[in-house]
Design a protein around this ligand. Structure first.
Ligand SMILES: C[S@@+](CC[C@H](N)C(=O)[O-])C[C@H]1O[C@@H](n2cnc3c(N)ncnc32)[C@H](O)[C@@H]1O
Length: 341
């Protein structure tokens, strides 16, 4: 092969692998759904063993696990016919502190995969096609599909865990007594702050199908006396608090909707109250891979987008709030603090 042909071949391979990654990610999702990582805790197993435990088809289970070998998650002992985990498989284990088991299933489950297929049509039309793909917007769809909604909240908790730890460590709660997580899913963020600050009582404002899970989750952490789930709609009203948290919420919505959420927070703010917004930030240099790909999900599944600091500044000011500081945590996340204007 000439140097030119080799280069062409390399370019072809890079782009081919980018395309095939979509199918590979579904294999990762299937491996997570089959709980392969947990089954292999007891030592190497054949696909048949796993199929027996999961009541799945043995041949197809084998083929998915073979793809797992090609993807670097598993190794295969052809003599024994058994699979073993590589260190990467640990990330799909539900007990791992860095688990993405539920994120693997939710991020490319029907709620996101079906609208994703319509990305070219979305871009052509200038608006998302979630109604065509799901019959409603993504949050209404999750409200009607409890198993997927449960998976989505668990996925958000996994993705958020390291971000929450870092964000909580840069939030100085001062004399605050109450903290409210607006759109806070199961309440992982509020739990972290309440655990670190014994004087704080926490609550989570969530859609009714999610709010009911907040107190169960608090009970599991031994925080049931200090955390409440509030069923509501952040477009209608937001209860009062000393500290408001808003993590990974504004990126789901267009500017007008963000102003409505922020104005409702502003209206209920007590004197001295502060808002902490945690989002991926697009910087002057452009979007990191993480922010750029999350922005694609916002494009095909929501009306939102990943924003830069000046866009957040404009949204906050238009809602009667002032950005007082912006602290980088793990890239590309920032904790932005705001107070009433
Ligand atoms: C992307 S998730 C972020 C969850 C959580 N803050 C986190 O970072 O892990 C957005 C959350 O907003 C909630 N949500 C969507 N629409 C809402 C509404 N109108 N009122 C209250 N919560 C809403 C969803 O149920 C979902 O849990």
């Amino acid at each position: 092969m000439s140097e030119g042909e080799q280069e062409e071949h390399d370019h072809f391979s890079v782009v081919y692998n980018l395309i095939m990654a979509a199918w590979g990610s579904q294999a990762v999702r299937a491996i997570a759904a089959l709980s392969v990582a947990e089954h292999l805790d007891s030592g190497p197993l054949s696909a048949q063993d796993i199929a027996q435990r999961e009541l799945s088809d043995p041949d197809m289970t084998h083929r998915v696990m073979r793809a797992g070998v090609a993807l670097g998650l598993l190794t295969y002992d052809a003599d024994r016919g058994t699979f073993s985990p590589t260190p990467l498989l640990e990330v799909l284990h539900e007990n791992s502190p860095t688990s993405l088991k539920y994120y693997a299933q939710a991020a490319i489950g029907p709620a996101f995969w079906l609208p994703a297929v319509l990305l070219p049509e979305t871009v052509a039309a200038g608006s998302n096609h979630t109604v065509q793909a799901l019959g409603s917007n993504v949050f209404e769809y999750l409200g009607k599909n409890p198993a997927e909604a449960q998976m989505f909240s668990a996925a958000m908790a996994e993705l958020s865990a390291p971000v929450i730890r870092e964000a909580a460590s840069v939030i100085a709660v001062g004399t605050a007594r109450t903290v409210l997580d607006v759109g806070g899913a199961h309440g992982a963020f509020v739990s972290e702050l309440v655990q670190r600050n014994p004087q704080l009582a926490g609550s989570v404002l969530e859609l009714p199908h999610v709010a009911t899970t907040v107190e169960d989750q608090a009970r599991q952490r031994g925080l049931e006396a200090r955390i409440t789930g509030i069923a509501g709609d952040f477009f209608d009203a937001v209860p009062a608090a000393d500290i408001y948290l808003l993590k990974h919420v504004l990126h789901d919505w267009d500017d007008a909707s963000c102003r409505s959420i922020l104005s409702n927070i502003r209206s209920s703010m007590r004197p001295g109250a502060r808002l902490f917004v945690v989002e991926m930030l697009v910087t002057g240099k452009g979007a990191s891979l993480g922010a750029a790909l999350m922005d694609m999900a916002m494009l095909f599944a929501t009306t939102g987008q990943e924003r830069d600091i000046s866009q957040f500044n404009t949204l906050l000011t238009a809602s009667g709030l002032r950005l007082t500081q912006s602290v980088p945590i793990r890239s590309p996340y920032y904790v932005m603090e705001a107070e009433a204007l």
